[in-house]
Design a protein around this ligand. Structure first.
Ligand code: FES
Length: 239
């Protein structure tokens, strides 16, 4: 749980015991971060993280130091192994997000916490800033059978669309949380479940001749039988 921008309480497990750890975050240079954690007020862990982008992926350099009274030093190797495991788990989750950010930035996306790439998969707010929509884009889904779902592109935007009776159901193809690619295979009945952290979305519903819907700043409607998208602002609706 974050308290302000720089401090948080982290809930973790030590063996079978839940442990709440106060954490303080900060920057020491453009691509360098530090974290200071206190364990029961008896042991302090100082962690430095440096991230660099190269060859389309993000490389992280992570170091930490453990400090305590000398009588508690026997705990350091145990704590060190525990931190190593926690770090491995977090990086497994965050690596795919960092690499996906590089891909999405190239397509014009930005992120609310874009500094530059130290991220933590347990931040719950929606983080993706969708790029502006230029022009009007259309695609035909006339061949979509009843109940069939498909991923489609409208300009640079991806969507999942499914035919349901006389309507089309529509979901964004990029998750607004951290940008996971969402595909028709992620459908679970009437909702889509994001493959990364499990956010679930209900569909927006479109009918021929009906009103438009606004999805992530883009206005989508059926025009002359085609699924059609334009900027929500240009179309005069609210994002
Ligand atoms: S990217 Fe986190 S829930 Fe979709």
């Amino acid at each position: 749980m974050h308290i302000g921008e720089r401090s948080a309480f982290s809930l973790t497990r030590f063996g079978n015991w839940p442990v709440v750890i106060p954490v303080f975050d900060g920057h020491y240079k453009e691509n360098g971060f530090f974290q200071v954690m206190s364990l029961f007020g008896l042991i302090v862990v100082v962690c430095t993280i440096e991230c660099n982008e190269a060859a389309g992926s993000t490389q992280m350099e992570i170091d930490w130091a453990i400090a305590s009274h000398r009588l508690l030093r026997f705990l350091h190797p145990l704590l060190n192994r525990r931190l190593q495991r926690l770090n491995d788990v977090q990086n497994r989750e965050d690596d795919q997000m960092r690499d996906r950010r590089i891909e999405l930035r190239e397509a014009g996306y930005r992120f609310e916490t874009d500094r530059p790439d130290f991220i933590n998969s347990n931040v719950v707010a929606n983080n993706v800033v969708f790029p502006p929509v230029d022009g009007i884009h259309s695609v035909s889904v006339a061949d979509l059978a009843e109940g069939e779902a498909r991923s489609v592109k409208l300009g640079d935007r991806a969507y999942v669309v499914r035919r349901k009776s006389d309507a089309l159901e529509l979901w964004p193809g990029v998750c607004p949380h951290e940008g996971a690619a969402i595909k028709e295979g992620d459908l679970r009945g009437s909702t889509i479940k994001c493959p990364w952290h499990g956010l679930e979305f209900g569909p927006r519903r479109l009918v021929a001749g009906g009103s438009s819907v606004t999805v992530c700043g883009a206005r989508v409607q059926i025009v002359d039988g085609l699924l059609t998208m334009q900027s929500a602002q240009a179309a005069g609706s609210q994002p």
